[in-house]
Ligand binder design. Sequence first.
Ligand code: SAM
Length: 275
Amino acid sequence: MSEQFHKKKQYGQNFLTNAAIPERIVRESGIDDSCGVLEIGPGLGALTTKLSPVAKKVVAVEIDHDLIDPLQKIFADYPNITLIEQDIMKVDLDTLLKTYFADMPVCVCANLPYYITTPILMKLLEGKHGFRSITVMVQKEVAERLCAGHGQDGYGAITASIGYYASVKRLFTVTAGNFSPKPKVDSAVIRLDLYQTPPVDVADESLFFEVIKAAFLQRRKTLCNALTSYFPYLDKEHTASILEQCGLRTDIRGEMLSIDSFAKISNLIKKEKNI
Ligand code: SAM
């Protein structure tokens, strides 16, 4: 079947061809028969059919209409799989979770379409849906960025933002030859274990994320200059004093900051704003 199906580049369709890979993804995801699983982009079912025997229930959301018929045929032998034809970015996740997974913990497991990896991850996390874990295949370089610690190569706004919701672990690398068509770059599987409560105290979440955004917007600027030019109510003196109160040098750059420091800075800016 996969040979007849014309794969669509615009949907990031690189299908897994080596069955050992989805088996390993499922094994290392920690999913068991108490869990419901949301899969994004089942493609031709390589991962879905490995999830089904292990999980209590699988709901797979696929955007490509041309895949629905073939998938329905494949899934006929797997009664605990539900297939939904939809763009994941348009799915109301709260309704989906209530409808299909009312009484069970839910994990996400997917070989993500690369063109929307970050928007999908942010949708899954920002909505605070209570997912237990998110195990996903992403481009290797994205995995490196998401797993980087502060001060390390690749650490950026997305790393710090995701660190507020989950701990991220790199599981293993998957070389390009394991997909059809073969992508230009290798991939890696990562697992996000979501925090039940955030790891840092933040008085104003949207301000916290704004501070992270501001810090990485103009990477060549010092953090002090970046924050001063971003927030109209801060002048350089105030910003420097905020950094000093956090025990930071005033010439530090955003990439050196842990999320704990971002939290402290945003809490002090909030105070400053309210004065
Ligand atoms: N899971 C399959 C596998 O591992 O072989 C396919 C993975 S392929 C990298 C990504 C899949 O996501 C494709 O089936 C593609 O059609 C689907 N997809 C792309 N954009 C989507 C979206 N916005 N919502 C739902 N599915 C999407």
